[in-house]
Design a protein around this ligand. Sequence first.
Ligand code: GLP
Length: 242
Amino acid sequence: MDVGIAGSAREAAVLAADLVAAAVVASASPVLGVATGSSPIGIYDELAGRVERGELSLARASAFMLDEYVGLPAGHPQAYRAVIDAIFTRQVDIDPSRVHGPDGGATDVEGACAAYESAIRDAGGVDVQILGVGTDGHIAFNEPSSSLASRTRIKTLTRQTRLDNARFFGGDLDAVPTHCLTQGVGTILEAREIVVVATGAAKAEAARQMVEGPVSARWPATALQLHPRVTVLLDPEAAARL
Ligand code: GLP
């Protein structure tokens, strides 16, 4: 695990974008893993700037989302599909039909999860996974106690994560879905490279556990220590407890 403490959140995003861009140019058909949340927004903005300036193209790329809420009506602005469209897909030159996500509206949930795993495999696997981390150490929606070998499946969201995400639903906890479909920790660990960004004081404990804690389902992000090619980029506030 390479750990970089950047001077600022913006610098962390630029360093992360450098790694993503390098993976993109290294492949004839790059496969990106894209995360929602606020952590990766700086990376997407930086990639979008490079595309706009003609320094990078995602025209040959495809992308796989990490997770999706269950039960939001189609087109809901907080559905992760809509969020990724807004913060990533529409900002760059990727073909929108090649941006994939788990089907949070599926009636056959198990089938949808298995189909998603197959789609990732059929694309050749993820070249570079962009990842944030929750305040409780979750990655994607793999909450504490998730199996470190888990695959894409339905999960119940913890109260802490629903509280953290209530800000996206007008502060109304009741409006935050209770379930999600998420890539498992085992799915995420199959990406060939993983770039994690965590910024702000609220992430300091999760960052400390991810980098220095014992590998444990108590803090799912600690599983990243088992991956041979992970870069963690922190700002000084998130790095404060290292
Ligand atoms: C959500 C997402 C995660 C994300 C986390 C942190 O729970 N499912 O993928 O890493 O939030 O969000 P933020 O980056 O906004 O702190």
